[in-house]
Write a protein that binds this ligand. Structure first.
Ligand SMILES: Nc1ncnc2c1ncn2[C@@H]1O[C@H](COP(=O)(O)OP(=O)(O)O)[C@@H](O)[C@H]1O
Ligand SMILES: [Mg+2]
Length: 437
């Protein structure tokens, strides 16, 4: 946007990327969003100023309840504070006054836009995550097929995107295909495309994902679920670097890097004969294993911060501020079979339930609380009544979640009448409409 108005600007999708680009750069103005993954805008501006003293700064925020941020920005001496939606003419006046010579960008005249939108960032600073990130940067540059293993929800797809973005193919397409979600015939024509009339519904010829990913990266997610017939076709495509559309006769050359992912034990499947050994070796030239969330509890505060930021960005008007130490303890005590995906769901729901911008242990699902009690030992066990109360609340929330806020269905399931169910909701101050999606 700033660029279109004649300024020379750079845009960064993460605080990390922005900080990495600062050394030796001659930015004059930093335009920073308050809500960023991992680090808030105020903290980022502080770091930027340490590197480039005298740089002008603009803080943007979409948070509607922003008194606190505004005050902090003032205290920190940030030059301008703007609320979204932006008043564009005001915005340009400010940019112009900060960079009077910046327009019609001559050599050495630069205004900088450091706009952080929060892209596909792999969150994590724990030892296992650091290792993964290092591996990603190294393997991204090797143009070999790569297999990502790890349980569901461990971030395999984000890792794949990140590898693509760090690779020489980054300016070409990244095409994800989920091999588990489509029936065989459909998956085949998704992957390889089809000619007009190849089958009943093929009214037009269509390019497949292999063709669309030409010179880029094809991400075959849940490759362990691919059936033997398609395994053979994919193998042939890799070996010959050519594909044939369904119903087609002409061969089409393709240049793709294949990143595949699976939560299954492919080696075991090979041993059992359900996955082709030759394909396995073609896909698994290099390998990354994504750690489970339980292996990197150190990252929990980072994740909480990240998901909070995401929630705040999408829900202007209700600002999430903190999480109590007890709630954090519950989060760390749980096994997280669904990994980051499950954590994301749990936290988003906790945000919905929390009424005062603070997540308490009681806002978390009962499955976490039971664990926390089990870990805490007898001293912190509550009274029977307290425990029953918490359990009832948790039960009601699980029902609302299951039936998406439909009170009739919840009451039926609980085998009580609607009025009684309503009364319980009122008692716990739960708004069922928040569960309607
Ligand atoms: N390290 C991570 N940093 C940020 N988000 C993550 C991370 N790992 C997982 N997620 C989030 O968890 C969800 C599941 O990630 P995904 O890559 O689809 O997992 P998988 O493919 O391994 O099942 C996504 O919403 C993703 O944004
Ligand atoms: Mg996945």
């Amino acid at each position: 946007m700033v660029q279109e108005n004649g300024y020379s600007a750079r845009r960064f999708l993460s605080a990390e990327a922005c900080l990495n680009a600062l050394a030796g750069a001659r930015f004059r103005l930093a335009i920073i969003d308050y809500l960023l993954p991992g680090m808030n805008g105020l903290a980022l501006i502080k770091r930027i100023r340490e590197t480039i003293p005298g740089i002008k700064t603009i803080l943007l925020t979409g948070v509607s309840n922003d008194q606190e941020i505004r005050t902090l920005a003032k205290v920190q001496g940030i030059d301008h504070y703007l609320k979204k939606p932006l008043d564009l003419s005001l915005f340009y006046d400010i940019v112009q006054s900060a960079c009077p010579e910046g327009k019609t960008a001559g050599e050495g005249r630069r205004a900088a836009e450091l706009d952080i939108a929060g892209g596909n960032l792999l969150i994590g600073a724990s030892v296992p995550m650091k290792n993964v990130k290092e591996l990603i940067t190294r393997l991204a540059r090797v143009d070999a097929n790569l297999l990502i293993t790890g349980d569901t929800g461990t971030g395999k797809e984000i890792a794949a995107r990140s590898i693509h973005q760090h690779s020489a193919r980054k300016h070409n397409a990244f095409i994800p295909v989920n091999c588990a979600s489509l029936p065989e015939g459909l998956l085949e024509s998704e992957l390889f495309g089809h000619e007009k009339g190849a089958f009943t519904n093929a009214v037009q010829a269509k390019k497949g994902m292999f063709e669309l990913a030409d010179k880029g990266t094809l991400f075959l997610d849940e490759i362990g679920d691919m059936n033997p017939h398609l395994q053979a076709k994919v193998l042939r495509a890799i070996q010959e670097r050519k594909i044939w559309r369904v119903g087609g006769t002409a061969e089409i050359s393709v240049d793709v890097r294949i990143i595949s992912a699976t939560h299954r034990d492919l080696e075991k499947m090979v041993a059992e004969g359900s996955f082709r050994e030759d394909l396995y070796y073609r896909l698994n030239v290099v390998k990354i294993r994504m750690p489970r969330l339980a292996e990197r509890k150190d990252d929990m505060p980072l994740f909480v911060e990240y998901i909070k930021t995401k929630y705040n960005r999408n829900n202007p008007g209700v600002l999430m501020k903190t999480i109590t130490p007890e709630a954090m303890e519950s989060l760390c005590g749980y096994a997280w079979p669904g990994n980051v995906r499950e954590l994301e769901n749990v936290l988003l729901e906790a945000f919905i339930l929390s009424r005062d911008g603070e997540i308490k242990a009681s806002d978390l699902p009962i499955k976490l609380e039971n664990k926390a009690y089990a870990n805490a030992g007898t001293n912190s066990l509550p009274s029977l009544e307290e425990y029953q109360e918490k359990f009832r609340r948790g039960y009601v929330i699980e029902l609302l979640r299951k039936y998406k806020g439909n009170v009739t269905l919840c009451a039926q399931h609980a085998k009580i009448n609607r009025a009684s169910f309503h009364k319980i909701l009122y008692h716990y101050d739960i708004d069922q409409s928040k569960f309607k999606k």
